[in-house]
Write a protein that binds this ligand. Structure first.
Ligand SMILES: [Zn+2]
Length: 76
């Protein structure tokens, strides 16, 4: 099994688009642990999934975190 290095706030592209209005495939990693949380860059919703599922669904890492935050501030 292949392990992909993911860091907090990395921007990633998933194989399947988020079933929201924007159909975005771009997500930002907002939590890394046993579970991964990613935030849809179209609608801002956060999805949580086990790391194993995340690795399967990940297409590629767009960019590693470089200090630019994409997280919207209106989440609780
Ligand atoms: Zn979305």
């Amino acid at each position: 099994m292949e392990f992909i290095k993911i860091d907090l706030f990395d921007l990633v592209e998933m194989k399947k688009e988020h079933p929201c209005q924007t159909r975005s495939r771009l997500f930002q990693v907002v939590r890394v642990g046993a579970d991964i949380k990613i935030q849809c860059q179209g609608c801002g919703n956060i999805i949580m999934m086990p790391r194993f599922d995340f690795n399967k669904r990940l297409k590629k890492v767009i960019s590693h975190h470089d200090g630019t935050l994409f997280v919207k501030k209106d989440s609780k």
